[in-house]
Design a protein around this ligand. Structure first.
Ligand SMILES: [Zn+2]
Length: 477
């Protein structure tokens, strides 16, 4: 009798799993009315080339920054986008902030389109073509910043200039918010936000760089997806230190401080932070999981029972899925004695944490203290920031963005996701819960790898699509 009951329960369990998997189907796509947009390709390409020729390289060391190049970039914007400079009020804020304001019919639901025009340095030796000449070869514009993110800056400005030429006036206020020190966590963007905050402006849509139109990034899914960041993980740098009497290496103690720190590191790696399913990741699994193959659909449709499987997969494999599901710890630096035969009087290691969900700077530090279990190991916070708030996906701003994406890349499945990196957009979370992170470009794996790396370049059709996207977005706001 008991045997039958157990068998019945097992069968019921499998039926539930199977039915939930079968009903976990993609949402019906609303067919989009796609109007064609005529673009002035020659102008767009020539503007982009000249933007790349401005060597707006950021550096934490001010003496290394060539301010004349930044001034050249500003002057280029004035020269190439006369309509924008006539129709908009331009406010220069902080060291590099440029805030353009185009009044709309209403001031109630302003939109902010963000970008940054500074770039990271290049290692010229690793490049096959020059990084700041804007060379065009095989239909690609070469150069640092083409993808990160003068490409989107060019997209916004070209689209607005073109629409203004045709007599465009937005229904709602529009702001273009550009910073020239995003890559070094500079203050310009934060100062722009403070300026808007003082004026009591609450944006109904903020768009900054972030996800993109990508393929083969989600388990078991072949279709393209457009990933829109609706939140960011936090970041935290910690320093772990142990001190000793020092001494000669010929008469060492049984356990050296380096050995003790090594033990601490092993403990940290063996005890990862706990699994958390945050709202952006849950929404991403619910949207993209429906497009996965049967095995992954079964998992994503039944997270109520497969969450431990996902947790284990993350623990064992690391990488992106793991980073979406927990606070991660990467041990990045170690320091002991400077000589082979001297016991260090002080040894240390450092870790870079990416905070998720409920974890914050204080709780993460306390957790690692407990894991290490050695009170003598001193843990110091070097710097850090807590995870961002999560943006709303049940609002007009999100719907507008989703429509503009679907009209530009009709094949792509639009999905919320959680950004693992940090961007300037987090400053806007102070004044809006409708902050989205999407770099309006279709990017291959190689192209994504060239961001902050070697041989960064943008195919011209990719750039034209970016302009198209902004034209559609602007027409809707
Ligand atoms: Zn960037």
């Amino acid at each position: 009798m008991i045997g039958w009951i157990i068998l019945g329960m097992v069968l019921l369990f499998f039926c539930v799993i199977l039915l939930r998997t079968l009903f976990f189907r993609p949402e019906e796509k609303t067919p989009q009315e796609i109007s064609s947009i005529a673009l002035n390709e020659e102008k767009i390409v020539s503007d982009m080339v000249d933007m790349i020729r401005c060597k707006t390289v950021s550096d934490r060391e001010e003496s290394q920054v060539d301010r004349a190049e930044f001034a050249r970039f500003e002057a280029l914007l004035q020269e190439r986008f006369p309509k924008i400079h006539t129709a908009c009020h331009l406010e220069k804020i902080g060291k590099t902030g440029l805030l353009y304001h185009l009044p709309g019919d209403s001031h109630e639901k302003p939109t902010v389109l963000m970008s940054h025009y500074d770039v990271v340095p290049v290692d010229e030796a690793g490049w096959d073509r020059p990084a700041f000449e804007g060379l065009i070869e095989d239909g690609c514009i070469w150069g640092r910043g083409t993808l990160d993110t003068k490409g989107t800056l060019c997209g916004v400005t070209e689209a607005l200039e073109m629409l203004l030429t045709d007599g465009y006036r937005p229904k709602q206020d529009l702001y273009l918010s550009f910073s020239g020190e995003e890559e070094i966590d500079g203050n310009s963007c934060a100062e722009i936000v403070s300026y808007l905050e003082e004026k009591g402006i609450v944006p109904a849509l903020v768009l900054d760089e972030g996800g993109a139109v990508v393929q083969n990034v989600f388990p078991g899914m072949k279709e393209e997806c457009a990933l829109v960041g609706v939140g960011e993980k936090g970041g935290l740098n910690l320093q772990f230190t142990l001190a000793s009497e020092g001494g000669h290496a010929s008469t060492p103690p049984v356990n050296t401080i380096c050995g003790k720190l090594a033990k601490a590191m092993c403990k940290i790696e063996k005890k990862p932070f706990s699994y958390q399913l945050t709202p952006p990741v849950k929404k991403m699994f619910d949207t993209l999981g429906r497009h996965s193959n049967f095995l992954f659909r079964m998992i994503f449709a039944n997270l109520w029972c497969f969450a431990p499987v996902l947790d284990l997969y993350g623990r064992l494999c690391g990488g992106e899925i793991n980073a979406l599901l927990r606070t991660t710890v990467a041990i990045t630096r170690m320091e002991g004695s400077r000589a082979y035969n001297v016991l260090p009087s002080k040894a240390s290691f450092a870790a870079n944490l990416r905070l998720l969900g409920k974890d914050n700077i204080q709780s993460a530090k306390e957790y690692l203290h407990r894991v290490i279990g050695n009170k003598k190991v001193q843990i110091d916070v070097v710097n850090g920031m807590n995870p961002s708030i999560y943006s709303d996906t049940d609002c007009e701003g999100w719907d507008t963005l989703k429509t503009a994406i679907s009209q530009t890349w009709p094949e792509a499945v639009v999905s919320p996701y959680l950004m693992l990196a940090c961007s300037d957009s987090r400053h806007y979370c102070r004044i809006s819960d409708k902050v989205y992170r999407f770099s309006a470009m279709r990017l291959s794996k190689e192209e994504r790898a060239s961001i902050h790396g070697n041989n960064e370049r943008i195919p011209i059709p990719t750039l034209l699509k970016t302009v198209e996207f902004y034209v559609r977005l602007l027409q809707m706001i």
